[in-house]
Design a protein around this ligand. Sequence first.
Ligand code: AMP
Length: 538
Amino acid sequence: MRGLMQEAPLNIPMIVRHAARYHRDKRVVTNTADGPVERSLGESIERSRRLAGALAKLGIGRGDRVATFCWNHHAHFETYIGAPSMGAVLHTLNIRLFADDLVYIVGHASDRVVIVDKSLWPVWEPVAARVNCVEHTIVVDDTGGEAPPSTLDYEALLAEATPLETWPELDEGAAAAMCYTSGTTGKPKGVVYSHRSQVLHTYAGLLADGVGLRESDTILPIVPLFHANSWGVPYECLMVGANLVMPGALMDPESLTRLLVEQRTTVAAGVPTIWQAMLEPLSKVQGGLGPLRSIICGGAALPISLQQAYHRRLGVRITQAWGMTETSPLGSVAWPREAHAGLDQERLDDILNSQGRAVPGVEIRLRDDHGEDVPHDGSSFGEIQVRGNWIAAAYYGEEPTEEKFADGWLRTGDVATIDPEGYIRIVDRTKDVIKSGGEWVSSVKLEGLIMGQPDVAEAAVIGLPHPQWDERPLACVVARAGAQVTKESILEHLEPQVAKWWLPEDVVLIDAVPKTSVGKFDKKALRERFGRYFETER
Ligand code: AMP
């Protein structure tokens, strides 16, 4: 027997129509050198209709890729609305990638239009010179001065455009957006989100035990709009009508702090390195952080010491989420359960510092190297594999390989334990795992512990070849300004907390941990730097 319910395509215009009807008066703010600029959500939607009209006049139609090379700001948000709603495909480019990668990605995706910030023109220009597919370059004037040659001005284009009056009927399976993953091995891979996956992901994100945004919220996504679908924030704002505050190019901790406080932010979202950098400026704010009720943190493991510092010093909880570009990205979120109400602080902190439990709609399993299920006992390690309606089934232009997509499940490359309640704890990336004398050592756990030492600003742990133990951990540590860190002080700090063979073989002091284009520790760079450290005379 079939259900007898109506079926309407799940697509972005459905979300935009709702926002236009119910949330027109809500605020969309961009920070600029001259202070925050505010528009209403209704205005943003009107501008996105103009953008769609302008793109259509340039010959852009269904399935055509419209790339962005932008900071988080109004025009970027408007492209999130307008490009997919007219049937084109929003392709967010990572502004921090090297030119070679960008040239490859733009060519691979066959981008026909690129919307670029003028402030990023010096980065974009060398890329533009090497790609053939881009027919139109639209520049967002965020700095003033002359427009680069042979480009169209975003504002002029909108002013002249005939707005697209009604969004076309769009098949829910059609591509809405694409984003390339910044994998550290091989070529970047294109993840293609469908309208349907975006809508379902938005609903899941809005669950109270997801990101839990409401109409009364004001959210500050510090996570870039170009990274991993911006964690779904733009469409969540449209769906529930939360105010959206964007930092523009002003990404220094002081500007972010001021923006967060002045805009009466209730929810903020960013990677751990951002929260690390903002702890001090946020602590100095006179009169508290106003209505800030939640910080969402993902993209890399959150050191427990940082999470505790936010709770104890600022009275705000950091909620850890896990996901990846391939999972749209929401996979799991760490909220406590009802049963945890009476737990002591230490036990509760341990739960909140996990990567949380799967959001409904995402199935998670653990598999060992032989493809066997690993028990969810909180101590056995395995690779996280996921499936669901907003999980990639293949990469753009490639047949799904067994190595990445095992019988309908995405192999994430993340090694974790899952406890009987379903809480995930990431131990490592498969390629970062350290095997010392045949036993696993979790670099993620060690890093978290070392960063809890008060003199340490940052720490990354890598496994390097060792003549006796195959591999041993090397701790690469950055001292806090003015503080003294020694191998002895680190080992002394770790000794009571880990098994003896987990203790780093050596501790080296470095000026900074190298970061990837999305602000994660670049362990590949460290491994290259320290290479055969344990096999050479020191
Ligand atoms: P990306 O696709 O660039 O967002 O990278 C996804 C990867 O980031 C995941 O596969 C994890 O290795 C890592 N990651 C994301 N969130 C977390 C988290 N909360 N804790 C630890 N690692 C994370």
